[in-house]
Design a protein around this ligand. Sequence first.
Ligand SMILES: NC(=O)c1ccc[n+]([C@@H]2O[C@H](COP(=O)([O-])OP(=O)(O)OC[C@H]3O[C@@H](n4cnc5c(N)ncnc54)[C@H](OP(=O)(O)O)[C@@H]3O)[C@@H](O)[C@H]2O)c1
Length: 311
Amino acid sequence: MSADLAPGSVVLITGASSGIGLGVAHELAAAGHHLVLAARDRAALDRAVESCVRLGAASAIAVVTDVGDDEAVARLVETAQGRDGRLDAVVSCAGVASYGRLEEQPTDVVDGVLRTNLLGSISLARHTLPVLRRQERGTLLFVGSVLGHVATPTMTPYVVSKWGVRALARELQIENRDLPGVRVEYVAPGGVDTPIYANAATTGVRGRPPFPVASAEKTARQVVAALQGRRHASQLSTANHLLRLGFTAAPKVYDAIVTPAFRVIAAERKPAAPGPGSVLDPVPDGHDLSGGHGSGLTAVVREIKRAVRGS
Ligand SMILES: NC(=O)c1ccc[n+]([C@@H]2O[C@H](COP(=O)([O-])OP(=O)(O)OC[C@H]3O[C@@H](n4cnc5c(N)ncnc54)[C@H](OP(=O)(O)O)[C@@H]3O)[C@@H](O)[C@H]2O)c1
């Protein structure tokens, strides 16, 4: 472990009750840190606390928080510091997704995705940076996405939110250059097998993680490495580089193929029942380390076979 996150550090994680955030909590628990876990669903957060304590956390507390509520985020940060007056690291991981053409998505869903993913990240930064700057040390890490670098059909609110998170991280890296002990980190996962896809709001499109799919555990190890300054590459999947290259170097080709490719690589054929998913309220029983999607390869092969048969 680098000196940056000594055992017994105090770490605040949002979105800590499921998927990548839960994986990060487990990694840090096993390293003996004090954890402050935040998300909206009390029962899922309590389960996360129990598993962290079992794994060896020095301590773990649940603070039910909607990151879209700025006052709640202020209270969360106050509680986190209350332990012993300091905050060593903060992981901004809470996130939701929605599918559907922009004009067909309900207004509250569009606003909800932006509120959690973008405004929630901004609130967390606004309330934690004064603490880190006062201490003159500490790390704030944002979990972005490869979709903060490229465009994809039927995911406008999510894509806009993740481009915003990337911009936020870059702004704050510049604004905090004066204090070398205060680090702002950003990572962009590719496809990760978590419940976010099943919990997404939708007008009918049923999304799934694009191939190649990483596990939440593997992604969590990469996030923790970045948090500790041991990983400098922000892209967490090699496929991200390919996508970004296509998007920037050959935009016309990218635009022509992204919609059919999305259907094969990132969506199920069977439509989903329309609804708000976890965007407006947490989905009970919608929290887990894994989303049960596997590597994604079988689904891609199945879709290609179907397309070939169809043509
Ligand atoms: N899975 C992927 O393929 C992938 C790829 C790239 C980036 N990411 C990013 O990784 C992060 C974690 O996603 P995941 O895939 O691990 O999803 P997940 O398993 O669905 O976990 C999302 C977490 O965020 C919490 N959350 C949602 N809305 C919240 C709110 N308003 N306030 C506080 N907590 C909230 C959820 O709990 P409650 O619902 O109980 O609040 C849950 O703990 C997100 O930022 C996502 O955009 C994921």
